[in-house]
Design a binder for this molecule. Structure first.
Ligand code: SAM
Length: 219
């Protein structure tokens, strides 16, 4: 029988040593969310290896190092309103949900209803009442809840979708993989006090495509 808690502690220790985890908030969130519960039963034993893994319907859960890196870049704080595009398993949403805490809220959009339902059940089982799963095309954002303090996109975009830039609050931050269908770079998009946009770049990544009106066409 695997001791998942111990494996989780080792994973976080390795992520700290390699510089992916820098802040106490990300460290604590990674320690408090059981990644094994976000995987199909036959892959649970791989939960604490630093690998993306299949979650069904041709989609993946990102490697823990990428989750850690993107969460650090997002600079999430307690009490914030966050939008995630690409719920997948729900793991990244759970990590952000832990950091924003009960005074904050995470809305996470998934285009595939089966994955959204499975994620909703997992998040509920973990008691994460501050995370709401929405089925839809996340490239259009979620105008009814905007503006957001933070936006994280966990699928590969050809360009940052304009509705998401519009739904980001002044002084807000968006993290998004941008590039081709096969290969991307993380972009950090900041909106200034007067709405001015600045973009910086981080590590190269490989995500499944963001499919939708302001993303890639299907197929
Ligand atoms: N964040 C996820 C996790 O923690 O497991 C991993 C996300 S997975 C790499 C990308 C997800 O984005 C897939 O589940 C895919 O169906 C979804 N997706 C792709 N295009 C989308 C869109 N336009 N709106 C919402 N979800 C989308």
């Amino acid at each position: 029988m695997l001791n998942y808690e111990e494996l989780r502690r080792f994973m976080v220790m390795r992520l700290k040593e390699s510089g992916y985890v820098k802040s106490k908030s990300v460290e604590e969130a990674l320690l408090s969310v059981p990644r094994e519960l976000f995987l199909p039963d036959n892959l649970r034993h791989l939960a604490y290896e630093d690998k993306p893994l299949p979650i069904g319907e041709g989609q993946t859960i990102s490697a823990p190092s990428v989750v850690a890196r993107m969460t650090e870049l997002l600079d999430v704080r307690e009490g914030q309103k966050v939008l995630e595009v690409g719920t997948g398993s729900g793991y990244q949403a759970a990590i952000v949900g832990k950091i924003v805490g009960p005074k904050g809220h995470v809305w996470t959009i998934e285009r595939l209803p089966g994955l959204a339902e499975a994620a909703r059940r997992r998040l509920e089982a973990l008691g994460l009442a501050n995370v709401t799963v929405v089925v839809g095309d996340g490239t259009e954002g979620l105008a009814s809840e905007a503006p957001f303090d933070r936006i994280i996109v966990t699928a590969a975009a050809p360009e940052p979708p304009q509705p998401l830039i519009e739904q980001l609050r002044e002084k807000g931050v968006m993290v998004i993989p941008v590039g081709s269908r096969d290969f991307q770079r993380l972009e950090i998009i900041r909106k200034g006090e007067r709405g001015e946009i600045t973009v910086t770049y981080d590590i190269d990544v490989i995500f499944v495509p963001l499919v939708g009106k302001y993303g890639w066409p299907e197929g």
